[in-house]
Unconditional design. Structure first.
Length: 60
């Protein structure tokens, strides 16, 4: 197999592979029931956390 044939193969199937990955990610993100999880996860930085992350005890 010469370079041109390998390059043509990689261009064609690489594009197909990346498109399938893209569609899979989109399907995963927009799957039914995921909205509630993403809304809950979006609030994590805004929560008032009184625990010290190093030892798990309350801060003074």
């Amino acid at each position: 197999m010469d370079y041109d044939a390998l390059r043509h193969f990689a261009d064609t199937w690489g594009l197909v592979f990346l498109f399938v990955i893209f569609v899979g990610v989109i399907a995963f993100v927009f799957r039914p029931g995921s909205k509630k999880k993403y809304e809950r996860d979006a609030q994590i930085p805004l929560k008032d956390n009184d625990e010290d992350p190093k030892n798990g005890q309350a801060r003074d």
